[in-house]
Ligand binder design. Structure first.
Ligand code: ZN
Ligand code: ZN
Length: 134
């Protein structure tokens, strides 16, 4: 867990956010839903909801990808930005949307049983099998 302040946003700058509390390192999600939504594995950083805020007027569009979660993207440029579930105290944003330097590192691979057949997971991070996605 790291305590720096982080800012981030989408490609076009319409959606901007700031996080002001401890964030997780990066979880790489290989579920089929993430791969479709992101074009590849999803790379997510979690923060307690109370430490997350939007900056300015831009807001994502939300897509209910399951009955357990919704995914947020920029309505203008389409950047994949958020994964959010009422079952979790943390909300998650995409590592790639952060302004650099992030100071973050890889934490784990999840839903690896559903990973694509077009790449290998060849680092030493912990892996969690899982299937399905939300
Ligand atoms: Zn945008
Ligand atoms: Zn996923």
């Amino acid at each position: 867990m790291k305590k720096e302040r982080h800012t981030g946003g989408c490609l076009c700058g319409h959606v901007r956010y700031v996080v002001t509390g401890p964030v997780t390192d990066v979880s790489y999600c290989h579920c089929a839903m993430c791969r479709r939504f992101h074009g590849h594995a999803g790379a997510f950083v979690g923060v307690e909801r109370s430490d997350f805020a939007f900056v300015g007027a831009g807001r994502p569009h939300w897509y209910a990808s399951s009955d357990k979660a919704r995914r947020g993207f920029c309505p203008t440029c389409g950047s994949a930005l958020f994964w959010d579930s009422p079952d979790e105290s943390r909300t998650y944003f995409t590592a790639g949307s952060l302004d650099e330097p992030t100071g973050l590192t890889g934490r784990r691979h999840i839903f690896v049983a559903d990973k694509g057949d077009y790449y290998a997971i060849d680092d030493d991070l912990p892996t969690y099998p899982g299937t399905g996605g939300t």
